[in-house]
Design a protein around this ligand. Structure first.
Ligand code: NAD
Length: 337
C-alpha cells in the first residue's frame, strides 16, 4: 500500500464506551496523518433477517469489500434470544483466529515487567457454536463443537505466526483429560501442525495449570493457542497481568485476508458516556490494523506516542490510577505525535 493513496477501512464504533474510544482513534489517526478513510457502520435497532442480528447485511458487506476494519465493543444482552453481534461477525466473516498480544507497557508498573505473550484464540466454534436448547423443562444442553478443519486452521495460524514473528514456543492450552473427544481432537491437530515446524518448541498445558503458571510467572509462556472459551478467559487473565482491559488489543483474522481489529474488552456499561474510558486498547488495535496494512511507520509513531504518554504519567485514565478524561488522554497522545 502506498502511504499516499487512502485505504478504506470499516469502522464499527459499537456500544457503550465504543463511540468515545472510536472518536479517540479517529483523532489520533488524523493527527498522525494516517491515510485511512473510515466507512462507519452502526449497530441497527431492528433485526436484519439476512443476518439474523442487529448487524445489517450492508455492514458485513463493507468488511468483506474493504477486507480491513476496526471494531468497538458490542454489547450482548443476556438471555434476549437473538444472535450475539460478535458471534455474527465471527461466523459470517469467518474470522477464525483472534490474536491477542499482551505485553508490559514500559513506564506502567505492575507486578511483572517482562510479560510478552500472544494468545491465539479459535474464534468460530467450541462453546460459542450457539447450539443451545432445552431438553426437558429444567434441563438445558449446550453443544461444544470442535472440528478438525477449524483446529488445524488455527494451529497452522499460531505456528506460522510464531515462525514469522521470531517466537520460539507454542503452547496448546486444553482440558483433554476431561474433554477427551473435543479437546483431544484439538490437541491432535496441534501436534500434526507442530511436526511441520521443528524449529518451534511445542508443549501442551492443561488450562487450570496454565492459569496458575501465568499468574506465578508469565515469562514461562510465549505463544498460546487454544479453543474459543479458554481463549476468552485466558486473555482477560493476561490483560490483568499488564494493567487491565483498558490496555489489550486484538485482531480477528479471517479467510480471504480479512482483518478486523478490536479491543479485548467489552462495552463497559458502568463507565459509558462519562468520558472515563481508556482508549489505549482500541488505539493499539488500530496499530495492529496499520501493521496488517504494512503502514509500519505510522503504526510505530502512534505506538510510541501512546507508550510515551502513559510512561510520562501526567495524563492517565482512572483505570491506570490517573484522573484524566478520555479526551484529555487522547489530546496528550496527539501532542506526543
Ligand atoms: P467489560 O470488558 O465491558 O468491562 C469489564 C470491566 O472493565 C468494567 O469494570 C469496565 O469498566 C472495565 N473496562 C473495560 N474496558 C475499559 C476501558 N477501555 N477503560 C477503562 N475501563 C474499562 O466486560 P463486561 O462488563 O463483562 O461486558 C459488558 C458488555 O460488553 C456485555 O454486553 C458483553 O457481552 C460485551 N462484551 C463485548 C465484547 C466485544 O465486543 N468484543 C467483549 C467482551 C464483552
Amino acid at each position: 500500500c502506498s502511504s499516499t493513496t487512502p485505504i478504506t477501512a470499516t469502522l464499527f464504533p459499537g456500544d457503550g464506551i465504543g463511540p468515545e474510544i472510536a472518536e479517540s482513534v479517529k483523532q489520533v489517526f488524523t493527527t498522525a496523518g494516517v491515510p485511512i478513510d473510515w466507512e462507519e457502520h452502526y449497530v441497527g435497532t431492528e433485526i436484519d433477517p439476512r443476518t439474523q442480528s442487529f448487524l445489517t447485511w450492508e455492514s458485513l458487506e463493507s468488511v468483506r469489500r474493504n477486507k480491513v476494519g476496526l471494531k468497538g465493543p458490542m454489547a450482548t444482552p443476556i438471555g434476549k434470544g437473538h444472535r450475539s453481534l460478535n458471534l455474527t461477525l465471527r461466523k459470517e466473516l469467518n474470522l477464525y483466529a483472534n490474536v491477542r498480544p499482551c505485553y508490559s507497557l514500559p513506564g506502567y508498573k505492575t507486578r511483572y515487567d517482562d510479560v510478552n505473550l500472544i494468545t491465539i484464540r479459535e474464534n468460530t466454534e467450541g462453546e460459542y457454536s450457539g447450539l443451545e436448547h432445552q431438553v426437558v423443562r429444567g434441563v438445558v444442553e449446550s453443544l461444544k463443537i470442535i472440528t478438525r478443519q477449524a483446529s488445524l486452521r488455527v494451529a497452522e495460524y499460531a505456528f506460522h505466526y510464531a515462525k514469522t514473528h521470531g517466537r520460539e514456543r507454542v503452547s496448546a492450552i486444553h482440558k483433554a483429560n476431561i474433554m477427551q473427544k473435543t479437546d483431544g481432537l484439538f490437541l491432535k491437530c496441534c501436534r500434526e501442525v507442530a511436526e511441520k515446524y521443528p524449529e518451534i518448541t511445542y508443549e501442551e498445558v492443561v488450562i487450570d495449570n496454565c492459569c496458575m503458571m501465568l499468574v506465578k510467572n508469565p515469562a514461562l509462556f510465549d505463544v498460546l493457542v487454544m479453543p474459543n472459551l479458554y481463549g476468552d478467559i485466558i486473555s482477560d487473565l493476561c490483560a490483568g497481568l499488564v494493567g487491565g482491559l483498558g490496555l489489550t488489543p486484538s485482531c480477528n483474522i479471517g479467510e480471504d485476508g480479512v482483518a478486523l481489529a478490536e479491543a479485548v474488552h467489552g462495552s463497559a456499561p458502568d463507565i459509558a458516556g462519562k468520558n472515563l474510558a481508556n482508549p489505549t486498547a482500541l488505539l493499539l488495535s488500530g496499530v495492529m490494523m496499520l501493521r496488517h496494512l504494512k503502514l509500519n511507520e505510522q503504526a510505530e509513531q502512534i505506538h510510541s506516542a501512546i507508550i510515551n504518554t502513559i510512561a510520562e504519567g501526567k495524563y492517565r485514565t482512572a483505570d491506570l490510577g490517573g484522573s484524566s478524561t478520555t479526551t484529555e488522554f487522547t489530546k496528550a497522545i496527539c501532542d506526543h505525535l
